[in-house]
Write a protein that binds this ligand. Structure first.
Ligand code: COA
Length: 374
């Protein structure tokens, strides 16, 4: 990083179904909590970056940046970024560019999504905007369909069993029981995951992240300091369509962003003790462990088996991940950063990593946080 950037405040709404709260209400709640935890005044914010994917489609609301700016009394400049489910990481990365260049000193980043107002069909179709509308969508695929294909192929290539895959969501649900902001705060046995209704063979209901409303906000600054320093912020891209890739059982953008992030933070994988990874579907969590380099090809499930047995080498998705905490798509990447910071504080660990991707890994954002108190 060209400047020291600190995470000085953060705020969340609970993720879930919020029939009685608008996009504005959700953003306001997260922003107020973030400003309060930073100890700063609203006027200290030079710029707002908003992450949002779906507001035009699900809420008939464009111009999200102006909506966010209107929530602060001095109406700071604001802009919106979008990279589907990876919008949150892209927003943090954009904030870093402004902060590193000196064009802003304190930036408020807020991600928001209100998805549950749309019908199941409408939201499935809207989410397919994260895939290729010419090459993927005409076949009738949905996102559970895309990841169902990926899971089928992965099982064929590496022999992963249905019983093994069920461990992933069970681990995430266990973690969510401790998280007051999580959509689903109940435990789920692997057997219950395997027995849940089929969504897209071999994926079942409890392999999928849910449809969620929610917002997450954080305050990043070069002039106000905290014990949480951003050690790396990297984005990488791949083909939008999975049909143009040599394999569907690995996401090269994750691999590329990870190498860049480790290099920028000047650390190795062994230094990382807290990880938030993008488990939009259980199979993605398994593949991510391999793409991030924490497991060999075909062995990503071993980390989850270790977590399930209670002896994993690091904290993983301690807030419940996307599966159990919920996945209001553009808020997720920011929530992950907040969860990494919580894990580092609780675990008195130094480095943590947030891994967020959009679509089927077409955009990947990775952030490394350093707890400077350790
Ligand atoms: N995990 C646990 N419970 C879930 C759930 C999930 N992922 N999704 C829905 N439920 C629960 C609901 O809370 C509801 O429970 P209730 O009857 O006690 O109120 C019940 O299941 C039925 O909910 P409903 O909304 O009718 O489910 P659905 O069948 O319409 O949708 C999915 C289920 C899995 C298809 C939907 O959540 C989905 O599309 N998820 C993927 C989202 C996605 O693609 N995100 C982008 C990732 S790249």
């Amino acid at each position: 990083m060209q400047q020291d950037i600190f995470l000085v405040g953060s705020g969340l709404t609970r993720f879930g179904e919020w029939w009685d709260k608008s996009l504005r209400d959700l953003m306001r709640e997260a922003i107020e909590a973030a400003l309060e935890s930073s100890g700063l005044q609203a006027q200290d914010v030079d710029l707002i970056i908003v992450a949002n994917m779906l507001a035009e489609v699900t809420n008939n609301q464009a111009h999200m940046a102006a909506l966010a700016s209107s929530l602060l009394p001095h109406h700071p400049p604001a802009l919106r970024v979008e990279a589907a489910c990876g919008s949150g990481a892209l927003a943090v990365n954009t904030a870093c560019a402004f902060l590193e260049s000196g064009r802003a000193k304190t930036v408020l980043v807020v991600g928001v999504e209100k998805m549950t107002d749309a019908s199941a069909d409408a939201i499935s179709q809207a989410l397919m905007g994260a895939a290729d509308s010419e090459l993927d969508a005409p076949s009738g695929l949905t996102f559970p369909g895309i990841f169902g294909l990926i899971a089928k192929r992965y099982m064929y290539e590496f022999g992963l069993t249905r019983e093994q895959l069920s461990i992933v969501s069970s681990v995430h649900h266990k973690h969510a029981t401790e998280n007051a902001f999580a959509q689903f705060r109940y435990e789920l046995s692997p057997e219950a995951v395997s027995a849940s209704p089929l969504v897209s063979d071999p994926l079942r209901l409890f392999d999928c992240s849910p449809i969620s409303d929610g917002a997450a906000a954080c305050v990043l600054s070069t002039v106000h300091r905290s014990g949480m320093r951003l050690a790396a912020s990297q984005i990488a891209s791949d083909t939008l369509s999975i049909t143009q890739r040599p394999t569907i059982v690995s996401f090269p953008a994750t691999r590329a962003a990870m190498e860049l992030a480790l290099c920028e933070a000047d650390i190795t994988r062994k230094d990382i003790h807290a990880l938030e990874t993008h488990d939009c579907f259980s199979i993605a969590a398994v593949i991510n462990m391999e793409d991030l380099g924490f497991a060999k090809e075909g062995e990503g499930i071993r980390i989850y088996e270790d977590l399930h047995a209670g002896h994993a080498p690091m904290f993983v998705n301690m807030g419940g991940g996307l599966k159990a905490c919920g996945h209001p798509v553009a808020a997720t990447g920011i929530k992950q950063l907040i969860d990494v910071s919580k894990s580092l504080t609780r675990g008195r660990a130094r480095y943590g990593l947030a891994h967020n991707f959009g679509g089927a890994g077409a955009t990947c954002g990775i952030h490394v946080l350093e707890n400077t108190h350790v």
